[in-house]
Design a protein around this ligand. Structure first.
Ligand code: GAR
Length: 202
């Protein structure tokens, strides 16, 4: 935090995860290094076994687990989620491998204030299993995108993208690794742009 003192206002983030949290880690590290002028107020997971919860705890960040199974409909869960989010008054919500579709209600409530990272060169390969689909289609290029979240699944305005070549001997695992490496660079960069007021929809 001390590194950020001279860079103006610190952006407050809440990060939503479901799994490993390697993107979360890249954001934690970028903040610690002083390259992103932000503070993670809380990490919220819909899964109790998400390794990202450990990463957050190790960094001294408050964690909340809110399993979705006990809620019968999406909006009901999202209302509970919003109560957690609002208790930290974040200026930006970061979806970092949060594997749930958010309701239109939630997305509208935080319009222009939710970023997501997706493992493809959007608008290509929305949805799941992107690496396998890229291989099956014989693509020579793949990548990752950070975008603002709208009601269109994986369809919001793109903030930043990174490309990787698809080699003949690539499989799902090697592609996943290559793409993740790029994700860890572009997600902190996108948050930095947002913190600098350089991300807006027109
Ligand atoms: C990342 O590859 C991210 O792009 C993807 O989940 C992974 C999470 O990894 N997200 C999606 O597919 C969202 N549709 P992480 O938990 O190690 O950050």
């Amino acid at each position: 935090m001390t590194n950020n003192r001279n860079q103006g206002k610190v952006l407050t983030l809440v990060v939503l995860i479901s799994g490993s949290g390697s993107n979360l880690q890249s954001i934690i590290d970028a903040i610690a290094a002083g390259t992103v002028n932000a503070r993670i107020a809380a990490v919220i997971s819909n899964r109790t076994d998400a390794y990202g919860l450990e990463r957050a705890a190790n960094a001294g960040i408050e964690t909340i687990v809110e399993p979705h199974q006990q809620y019968s409909d999406r909006k009901q869960y999202d209302q509970v989620l919003a109560r957690h989010v609002d208790s930290f008054s974040p200026e930006l919500i970061i979806l970092a491998g949060f594997m749930r579709i958010l309701s239109p209600w939630f997305v509208t409530r935080y319009s222009g204030k939710i970023l997501n990272i997706h493992p493809s060169l959007l608008p290509k390969y929305k949805g799941t299993n992107t690496h396998q689909r890229v291989i099956d289609a014989g693509e020579t290029e793949h990548g990752a995108s950070v975008h603002l979240v709208t009601e269109q699944l994986d369809g919001g305005p793109i903030v930043i993208q990174a490309r990787v070549p698809v080699e003949r001997d690539d499989d799902v695992e090697s592609l996943r690794k290559k793409v993740l490496e790029q994700e860890h660079l572009i997600y902190p960069e996108a948050i930095k742009l947002f913190a600098q007021g350089r991300v807006r929809t027109e």
